[in-house]
Design a protein around this ligand. Sequence first.
Ligand code: NAD
Length: 227
Amino acid sequence: MSAARILLVGADGRMGQAVVAAAAQDPGLTITAGIERGDPIGPAIESCDVVIDFSAADATEAVCQACAQYGKPLVLGTTGHSATQKEAVVAAAQKIPLVFAANFSVGVNVLFALTRRAAELLGDDFDLEVVEMHHRTKKDAPSGTAKRLLEILQEVRRGQHAIPAHSIRAGDIVGEHTVIFAGAGERLELTHRAASRETFAVGALRAARWALEQPAGLYNMEDVLGL
Ligand code: NAD
């Protein structure tokens, strides 16, 4: 079987370059085109099988529309979207398989599952806090991963009260997330630390392969991993 052809949006960025490096190690996938801010998506999208996007939130509406128009699955890793930009994602997912994940690492997706379980087991008497750290140039805060952790905690607590999130932007930190459960006389902390972007890139390629086999719909990395 010939390698699946990827169009990479945000090809020159930190994540774009990590995806290029990971794809070079994967005989099942090949990056046939990369676009950057200002490049038209139209010509490149026709000859790809799947689109991977790690760019900027303001690119998402055009990328979603193009993928829906040309019937190409989309793996969307970009974070920091407005409500309108999220609506474009939901609309496109009615026409194409779309994997939208704040974090493509296996470890963070296990952290999501453990966070849900810990919140259920510990009950309402524990105070909840989320702390995240990223490099100084990260644009959005809290991170998409921290927002997903807050969403999971709110689901378990049924929106009882706001859960604080703390964002640190410093140096070249790739990404760290801690969920704190603080009770009377004891504290449980769940921490994930990403040491390199390779983990996100490998996960995005796995999601791209998976998306090629799916019907239209909105999926996340927990779906891809079967968690
Ligand atoms: P970056 O700034 O290093 O790279 C982004 C690239 O996208 C740049 O080269 C920029 O020129 C390009 N770009 C911007 N607008 C564009 C447009 N309209 N069309 C095409 N290209 C455009 O950022 P990064 O660290 O690579 O992160 C990119 C995004 O991915 C961010 O939203 C970040 O939060 C997210 N991210 C997600 C995960 C995940 O696992 N889901 C992991 C890391 C980063």
